[in-house]
Ligand binder design. Sequence first.
Ligand SMILES: C[S@@+](CC[C@H](N)C(=O)[O-])C[C@H]1O[C@@H](n2cnc3c(N)ncnc32)[C@H](O)[C@@H]1O
Length: 234
Amino acid sequence: MSFNAPLSETHADEIAARLAYARPADVLDIGCGWGELMLRVLDRAPEATGLGVDTDDDLLGRGRAAAEQRGLSERAVFANTAGAAVDQQADLVICVGASHAFGGNAAALASLMRHVRPGGRLFYGDGLWDPSFQPPRPELVWADFFELPDIARLVDLAVATGYLPLYTETASPAELDDFESRYLADDEEWLLRRPRHPRAPEVRAAAEDHRRRWLHGYRGGFGFAYLTLGRPAE
Ligand SMILES: C[S@@+](CC[C@H](N)C(=O)[O-])C[C@H]1O[C@@H](n2cnc3c(N)ncnc32)[C@H](O)[C@@H]1O
């Protein structure tokens, strides 16, 4: 997976180009995983420095290796820090799929505002739920998906928090399918090669459970928002 979110290569490059066009001096990626989006912005903003924080050392290590490979290690730092413990500000803050680090959308949008330098931007990605969608088997949908906002409610929340919505977009159905398929691919490929491994029944059961929830439960109802939000200058 290039991203731990439903985001295609082309879409990520478009977003990175748009974010770099605003010429941020610094980028702060909270819940960065391996920080691929931050690295793509740094690639396009040669003066900018980046700090990616996450609580998973393996993912941070992958980020450091990618930065090294692309000649970005002088400008990109990866630190094991919990989102709520960050105290820096930056011209561009990225937070994709990590609102839980703050306790949900409302708390995340409010906390992240403090990290965006006035006049700067937040690139915010998080889950959506289409309230008009009738799941074929509602019992298979993760219960917290029903709590997710639709795109209108999420943007309204961002505006009520004090942001200007500069660009509103969502993951396409193809990006969502691709994300689920890639998520399952590790296990499915492993099973292809080791069908009689002692752990195979357990791995197969976990993959089947996930695939059933996706295809019979939330596919068509679950979505993902990408919002570029501005913090007005003071
Ligand atoms: C869905 S992944 C998204 C990763 C990355 N933003 C991306 O789009 O590829 C969520 C990330 O949040 C991180 N995370 C979870 N709890 C956190 C916390 N309290 N503080 C910082 N990061 C956290 C996880 O380790 C994981 O890398």
